[in-house]
Design a protein around this ligand. Structure first.
Ligand SMILES: Nc1ncnc2c1ncn2[C@@H]1O[C@H](COP(=O)(O)OP(=O)(O)OP(=O)(O)O)[C@@H](O)[C@H]1O
Length: 286
């Protein structure tokens, strides 16, 4: 059963006395050729990421030569953990109503960033402030293979913090949107990858969350389901939610997001209108 993670930090961004990262270069489009379209000045900051650093420590991954292993055994010292500095001082502000794409090559830190915003990873340095509990699609809706689709819908919705009454109200919509039909009574292990993804998406988007983050979810499923997912995201944006989409499908990013952040080796390489960022990314990688 997935747990509802605590967010990394919930303090008021303005209380620590530091410069508000919201006053970044995007506020003044004239100062940067890659400036994003202006967001409404009264749009609330929903996520503030301020100089975020995340390092993974991998025990037992030290490159061990024969001599160093003998030395370690003699001195009974522990192997040093190997460190992967996945995010290196990332800062940005996401405002209500924005749909923001995150692009970057494998290992550039996209998933780490989403997991940090969802409060699932501690930071070494820097902070993440969120308004409400962000939903990270595919993690919060970690479903159970031996349970039926029906049980997973109920448990998944409860795990996201939905009251049982609301779960009952939304149940038919979730089943309908997932397109599982009679398979809803079958255990999840009998589902294809695409069916499981659709169910996850349907559960995760059943509740209007303030901040919805999607990691590659739209890249799976058939064309019809992709279209319906995009429609649902559009609806959620109209309800003033903030959407963050990580995808290697640049077409999907361009269609879905007004603004895109390009992550490169754990740092922001570019942050601006999707058309510009995607074009620059394509230039370098295609
Ligand atoms: N659990 C982990 N333990 C150790 N290192 C990790 C872990 N998860 C990610 N990393 C490392 O952190 C870096 C960033 O990984 P991350 O998964 O955030 O990249 P990504 O941009 O999402 O990649 P992809 O496009 O392949 O999904 C990589 O160097 C990766 O090897």
């Amino acid at each position: 059963m997935p747990s509802d993670p605590e967010p990394a930090a919930r303090e008021d961004p303005g209380t620590d006395g530091r410069e508000d990262p919201g006053t970044d270069r995007r506020e003044d489009p004239g100062t940067d050729e890659h400036a994003a379209p202006p967001v409404p000045p009264d749009a609330d900051p929903m996520v503030v990421v301020d100089q975020l650093h995340v390092t993974y420590r991998v025990l037992g991954a030290e490159t061990d030569t024969g001599a160093s292993r003998v030395r370690r055994l003699l001195h009974r010292s522990r192997p040093r953990p190997r460190e992967v500095h996945a995010l290196r001082g990332v800062s940005f502000v996401l405002r209500r109503g924005e749909a923001v794409g995150i692009v970057g090559t494998n290992g550039s830190g996209k998933t780490t960033l989403l997991r940090s915003i969802a409060g699932l990873l501690p930071s070494d340095r820097g902070q993440v402030f969120t308004c409400g509990q962000p939903v990270l699609l595919g993690v919060n809706a970690a479903l159970m293979n031996d349970l039926t689709g029906e049980r997973n819908i109920i448990l998944g919705c409860l795990a996201m913090g939905m009251p049982l009454r609301e779960v009952r109200e939304k149940y038919d919509d979730v089943v309908e949107f997932s397109g599982l039909g009679k398979f809803v009574d079958m255990p999840m292990r009998t589902y294809s990858t695409g069916m499981a993804q659709r169910l996850r998406f349907a559960i995760a988007t059943a509740q209007t969350s303030e901040v919805l983050m999607i990691d590659e979810a739209l890249a799976t499923g058939d064309a019809r389901f992709r279209r319906r997912s995009e429609e649902r995201l559009k609806e959620m944006r109209e309800q003033a939610a903030t959407v963050v989409l990580v995808s290697h499908s640049l077409g999907t990013i361009e269609e879905t997001c007004d603004r895109t952040i390009w992550l490169d080796h754990g740092q922001i390489r570019m942050d601006g209108p999707s058309a510009e960022v995607v074009a620059a990314y394509r230039d370098e990688h295609e």
